[in-house]
Design a protein around this ligand. Sequence first.
Ligand SMILES: [Fe+2]
Length: 343
Amino acid sequence: MRFLTIDKVVPGSRLAKPLYGAQGVVLLRENVELSEAVLARLKTIGYTGLYIEDEISEGIVIRDIVDEGLRLKTAARLEDIVNQNGNLAEMKSLIREIVDNIIENGDVEINMNCLWGHHEYTYLHCVNVGILAVSIGIKLNLGRDNLIYLGTAGILHDIGKKCIPVEILDKQDKLSHEDYELIQKHPEMGFEILADFIDISSVTKVGVLQHHERYDGSGYPKGLKGEEITLFGRILAVADTYDAMTSDRAYRNAFSPSEAVEYLMGAGNQLYDSGVIDVFIKCVTVYPVGTCVELSDGTWGIVLRNYRDCILRPIVRNIETKEIIDLKNDNKYLNICISKITV
Ligand SMILES: [Fe+2]
């Protein structure tokens, strides 16, 4: 199987994984043939990409770090909470399930396409920030309770934005000074909203308050520096920036996972905690399994496996000859690299 953006899926392709609707209910079962009408309908309800089964990707299996139905169900409960008709206890039990899923799948690389390339649903992005934060937290040896507090902070990090007019959040033109000042209040607004929830831990609330603080003191609301920012605040800053960069915005298109990773590597130690960035790099993949790539010698291949300690040089299969190309360990490929992602 491999992931394709929905525009690239040819009618008649077979779906490789079930598709879920916004409430986490199965919408289409795997192996269904995708007609032109079905693809058009999926686009209108917000799907941006799909897993398909084809000859190029034969034998490739991509595992989700968290079940997609569970992610969508959590996102739907978050939307209920934001609209003030949600049940926090129910959402907390979903967050516990997510954390247990990630702990169980500890060795599974986070395939960024699985999380970010799939659906435009805003609340799903918040859940993804929680998943990424928990994955970083596991590598930093946090215990289960702390992971649940961290995941909750990730999922609720932007709850303060509900107090900001949508016209400002979605503005296509340059933001005015006043708009920008108002947007910068959302971490404090989120903190105030959560203050009313006595069963949300204070470390979660402070994490939400600090997710826009930056390691060099250039962030907001308080301009805290270095370890004045809590570990949760430093982790959420990285997870949230990754999410923001890899999502389309009203004023720009999304960056690719590799561009976002490169930016974070470059900005580490200045804007972000370099210890957190080091761990983040071990959680993500630049070229997720199933990605079609072009090598510097012109060969077209598909990524079969990644190396955690060498994220730019995975094992690739030549699409034409099926030859296996181990970019990390095979000496004959030492002067060859991946030059670009293709479709
Ligand atoms: Fe934010």
